[in-house]
Design a binder for this molecule. Structure first.
Ligand SMILES: C=C(O[C@@H]1C=C(C(=O)O)C=C[C@H]1O)C(=O)O
Length: 187
């Protein structure tokens, strides 16, 4: 079983509009990073019958990172609802994701009861869902990271979803395990 640890990164992540990073990305990666439909559904399709699983790593109240608070337009050091997962295909974590929502905006959406069901499967069923612009980074996540030698983050992306008065920042980092399994180039 793969274990995960918090990885301390010293550099502040540089987020850019996803189109700004397109020249640095292969066409195959662009399709993944710039897609705006459900990533869960895409991973399930790409897994070609291998079991897809959401591994819940952490969920509950906590203080968002500086850039997360900025992205949500909330005050620094305000508690938020945090959820960290690994999206696994077969035995491998392909994506690690961290979602953040202001606690004050949680009003019976029952997000905390999702457990190991995919947040995306729930989110994309909401008829009023609006997705904000995608931003991307080549930096590594500063949260749960698989403790397996040689696993690297290839691309990260984030966007804010709006639904029923709730703003939800979703950050997803695509791992080298996924690149290896799908034979994608490193970048
Ligand atoms: C936003 C989506 O949901 C995915 C599922 C997540 C979860 O269960 O916590 C987190 C991020 C996403 O990669 C999606 O499917 O597009």
């Amino acid at each position: 079983m793969v274990t995960f640890s918090f990885r301390q990164a010293y550099a502040f992540p540089v987020w850019q509009p996803v189109a700004a990073l397109r020249p640095a990305m292969s066409a195959a990666w662009w399709k993944w990073v710039a897609s705006t439909d459900s990533l869960t559904a895409r991973l399930q399709a790409a897994g070609a019958g291998q079991p897809f699983r959401v591994r819940l790593l952490r969920q509950g109240a906590g203080v968002p990172l500086h850039d997360e608070a900025q992205a949500l337009g909330i005050e620094l050091r305000r508690y938020a609802w945090l959820r960290e997962v690994a999206l696994c295909v077969g035995d491998n974590p392909w994506v690690v994701a961290r979602s953040v929502a202001p606690l004050t905006q949680l009003k019976g959406q029952r997000l905390e009861q999702l457990g190991e069901r995919s947040l995306g499967s729930w989110l994309f069923r909401q008829p009023d869902l609006v997705r904000g612009p995608l931003e991307a980074t080549s930096g590594a996540p500063r949260f749960a990271f698989p403790q397996v030698a040689g696993v690297k983050s290839r691309w990260g992306r984030r966007s804010v979803f709006q639904h029923g008065g709730l703003s939800l920042l979703v950050q997803e980092y695509f791992l080298s395990t996924m690149a290896d399994d799908l034979r994608l180039s490193s970048r």
